[in-house]
Design a protein around this ligand. Structure first.
Ligand code: SF4
Length: 479
């Protein structure tokens, strides 16, 4: 044992430092939390209880509770009960709170009642990063990830799930009724007992069927044909694994290219990313304070309208086009085999024929032009590879030039998607690991937004501490 490092004797009297400050190193991250919150104008951010009530028991100052949470999220202690315990035994927290240890209900109420103000406080850190010049080139990568909600899959109902469950229950009832008939035909004591058990089971299933019928009506009345019982705002969403899915929220984030800081985020209740590009790009552009911005996103974000909206606000998107051509899938020419001729407003087909515009329709609010040339298709050698119809028709959106320009950009930037993956996928993995790969702690969208805001603040704070160091960061905050 003598060759091992020896610990101190527990009963040995020691001369402890007299001041709590001596226990906390000068460059300890807890000091950054302290300075960050002290420098915030909590009243203008909207925190409640900034003016103490004239009567009653004195309340805790919101700054102390906010420090408690920021420290907790920086150190993977997010639950109010665990924060209560940590405040009683953790020296850094004793230093931070002045040895105050609120009960878990006070801590939880503060997070629930000050959601927008906490989110605004988190956003202030992004502003600070911008003031410190930490955002380099005007480039962000946008991505979404599904986070679990406090709602099991069994307590989420979609029209398909309810229909399947009703069919299963009906099958079970029919099976038990047959068993009941068979048991009734026998006249033994055992058969009588069996009949009793079967009747109980059938009654239970009938009650379940009544519940499912009521749920069917509820699902039908719901705007997105979905009902979640525990957290009503959570939604069933498909994840990247084949046949897998979760009940949760879709967290969107925009990560800048220089120091990989999360400049903008959002939480949405839809699993698809298709309608998120423009709004996330606008948030990122605003947060970075730039006039022009390059945005990288995966093919899940591809949408003509979103790409057009980006271009109109000075954002240049890089999004690969999904291969959804039915013709290509069955071995025929895809749309990319037809070349648009802007000067003639016509398409040049693989056989060299010119397909002219013949009609215009409006579908789902999009103006679409159709091009074809029946004369050329009749008797064309390549027709078997082109179309089973009389002629091949090509559809063009009125703003398709925006998509053509995007394709040219993508061809000239073959590494764009690799850069996107490197920037934006890592933060989600880190945050999920800090959460313990479990669900959110709170229910309802506004509360979930507060939680993710605190996670992102913790992520950004750790990054900036690693980039600048704690002391320069504290000096910058005080300046
Ligand atoms: S079938 Fe018509 S559109 Fe297709 S290659 Fe022949 S001429 Fe061109």
């Amino acid at each position: 044992m003598s060759r091992f490092v020896q610990g101190a004797d527990r009963r040995q009297p020691t001369l402890l430092p007299e001041c709590l400050d001596d226990y906390v190193a000068e460059d300890c991250p807890v000091r950054v939390v302290d300075v960050f919150v002290d420098e915030l104008d909590l009243k203008s951010l909207g925190f409640e209880g900034m003016t103490p009530a004239a009567t009653g028991r004195p309340a805790y100052h919101p700054a102390m509770l906010l420090k408690l949470y920021v420290y907790g999220y920086l150190n993977k202690v997010q639950s109010s009960r665990r924060l209560e315990r940590e405040a009683q035994r953790n020296v850094e927290l004793m230093w931070l709170t002045g040895r105050l240890a609120p009960d878990h209900k006070t801590i939880a109420d503060f997070r629930r009642e000050n959601g927008p103000a906490i989110q605004a406080a988190c956003a202030r850190f992004v502003v600070l990063c911008r003031q410190l010049g930490l955002f380099g080139a005007a480039l962000v990568a946008i991505d979404g990830s599904k986070f679990k909600a406090v709602n099991t899959r069994d307590r989420n109902f979609t029209a398909y799930k309810v229909k399947r469950r009703i069919e299963q229950v009906a099958e079970h009832i029919a099976g038990y009724l047959q068993d009941l008939d068979a048991a009734d035909r026998q006249e033994s004591e055992a058969a009588e007992a069996r009949s009793g058990r079967l009747v109980e089971k059938i009654d239970r299933l009938r009650a379940q069927m009544a519940m499912l019928k009521a749920m069917e009506a509820e699902v039908e009345a719901s705007p997105d044909s979905q009902v979640s019982l525990t957290d009503p705002d959570s939604r069933a969403m498909a994840t990247s694994g084949r046949g897998s899915g979760i009940v949760g929220y879709n967290v969107q984030s925009a990560v800048e290219g220089e120091h990989h800081l999360i400049v903008a985020h959002d939480v949405v209740m839809t699993g698809s990313d298709r309608e998120q590009l423009a709004s996330m790009a606008a948030k990122a552009k605003d947060a970075m304070g730039v006039e022009a911005l390059d945005v990288l996103a995966d093919r899940g974000y591809f949408s003509g309208e979103e790409i057009l909206a980006c271009e109109t606000m000075g954002v240049t998107p890089y999004v690969p086009k999904p291969q959804t051509s039915g013709a290509k899938a069955v071995g025929r020419f895809g749309k990319q085999d037809f070349v648009y001729q802007p000067d003639q407003d016509a398409y040049r087909c693989p056989a060299g024929a010119l397909l002219r515009r013949h009609m215009t329709t409006v579908e789902k609010g999009m103006t679409l032009h159709r091009y074809w040339d029946r004369a050329s298709c009749t008797g064309c050698q390549l027709k078997p590879q082109c179309t089973p119809s009389i002629e091949r028709r090509v559809t063009r959106w009125e703003h398709e030039a925006v998509i053509d320009a995007l394709q040219t950009r993508m061809d000239l930037a073959p590494r764009a998607m690799r850069v996107r993956r490197r920037l934006v996928e890592h933060p989600f993995g880190t945050i999920k690991a800090w959460m313990g790969h479990t669900h959110f702690l709170m229910k309802h969208l506004p509360n979930v937004k507060t939680e993710i805001g605190l996670h992102i603040l913790a992520y950004n704070m750790k990054r900036v501490m690693a980039v600048l160091g704690t002391k320069p960061l504290m000096e910058a905050m005080r300046a």
